[in-house]
Design a protein around this ligand. Structure first.
Ligand code: 5GP
Length: 358
């Protein structure tokens, strides 16, 4: 048994150190990034925030709404060939990825989608555990068949596996095991890695080889998104922060509460209506029932199902995230998102938020 005992950090463990800045306003901050990917040699330009390939997040409506702001969507794995084909009428193929698992059925589905839609550029191959030999072999197989597509692969949390997957053909590595809002991997298995340190270490490893990384999971507010970029992420992927909106295509559930206030007209207790949307992890029992007809006996579910407040259209949330990110850049003196990590000094903290009114 071995223990790594240098400290590994999460978003909550640090804050940005403010620095002298010549920026007069956050409006001057440019969040657009331009990347050329290692294997595909494909050049991409946009705001590098991504919707996760989760039910309620990586939907067709989300892809359309995010594209308006030049943000990216990794589509859920369950979409049909026809739905993806229709999406291409409204969304530039530079702004979404088709997602796939590594099974035989997944491989056939991927080939058929790419054959019928040759303009698609991005393939996201993701599994809960990116350390399996089978996964690496699959990445290599996809790379051989599609030399000019940009391949996203994950999830991993260490430099060695980041490098191995890049050497096997991935352009962008998805980083994060266990930090997600509806993830129970850490509880069920005890496996994981603090997300901020995972980003720092994997970004360093990937950039050394000309690869890129996505910080996937664990962001709970715009400050966390900024910290992920500050730590070196090229893209940041969001699930929970984008869930609960109309574009998730979920059903709004109404719950009625009897309050202690009396209605003066009727003298009866008033009823308060609260609106929710169901959100669940992609390996939760809910997702497995929906997509695979139940939880296989040999595995436990590693995701949970929650009810979150209904938040209306996504636009206000997106503007809030982008506004926060621009503001971080002004605090640290970064005129562009590209410069944010160079301008970042993190301060370790024991408390980051005053909770008196929460
Ligand atoms: P969030 O932004 O909600 O904190 O994290 C989103 C990420 O959580 C997803 O992109 C995916 O990597 C991960 N995730 C989604 N569903 C599950 C699940 O059921 N179990 C686990 N372990 N991770 C999940």
């Amino acid at each position: 048994m071995r223990i790594i005992d240098d400290v590994k950090l999460d978003f909550k463990d640090v804050l940005f150190l403010p620095k002298r800045s010549t920026l007069a306003s956050r409006q001057q901050v440019d969040l657009t990034r331009r990347y050329t990917f290692k294997h595909s040699r494909h050049s991409w330009s946009g705001i590098p925030i991504m919707a996760a390939n989760m039910d309620g997040v990586g939907t067709v409506s989300m892809a359309k709404a995010l594209y308006e702001q030049k943000l990216f969507t990794t589509l859920v794995k369950s979409l049909s060939n026809e739905t993806i084909h229709n999406l291409l009428q409204d969304v530039d193929p530079q702004f979404f990825a088709v997602s796939t698992g590594t099974g035989e059925k997944d491989w056939l589905r991927l080939q058929s989608i790419l054959q019928e839609n040759p303009t698609i550029r991005f393939i996201c191959i993701d599994v809960a555990n990116g350390y399996s030999e089978h996964f690496g072999n699959f990445v290599e197989k996809v790379r051989q068949q599609y030399p000019h597509h940009t391949i996203i692969a994950g999830n991993v949390v260490t430099a060695d596996m980041t490098q191995e997957l890049i050497l096997r053909g991935a352009d962008i590595i998805k980083v994060g095991i266990g930090p997600g809002s509806v993830c129970t991997t850490r509880k069920q298995t005890g496996v994981g890695f603090p997300q901020l340190s995972a980003i720092i270490e994997c970004a360093d490893a990937a950039h050394g080889l000309g690869g890129h990384i996505i910080a996937d999971g664990g962001c709970t507010n715009p400050g966390d998104v900024a910290k992920a970029f500050g730590a070196g992420a090229d893209f940041v992927m969001l699930g929970g922060m984008l869930a609960g909106h109309d574009e998730g295509e979920g059903r709004v559930i109404e719950e009625h509460y009897i309050t202690s206030h009396l209605n003066p007209a009727t003298n009866k207790p008033t009823i308060e209506v609260k609106q929710f949307i169901e959100f669940y992890g992609m390996s939760s029992a809910t997702a497995m029932e929906k997509h695979h007809g139940g939880v296989a006996e040999y595995r436990s579910s590693e995701g949970k199902t929650v009810r979150i407040p209904y938040k209306g259209p996504i636009r206000a949330t997106l503007l809030d995230i982008l506004g926060g990110l621009r503001s971080t850049c002004t605090y640290v003196g970064a005129p562009t998102l590209k410069q944010l990590s160079k301008c970042t000094t993190f301060v370790r903290v024991t408390q980051q938020i005053n909770n008196i009114f929460s």
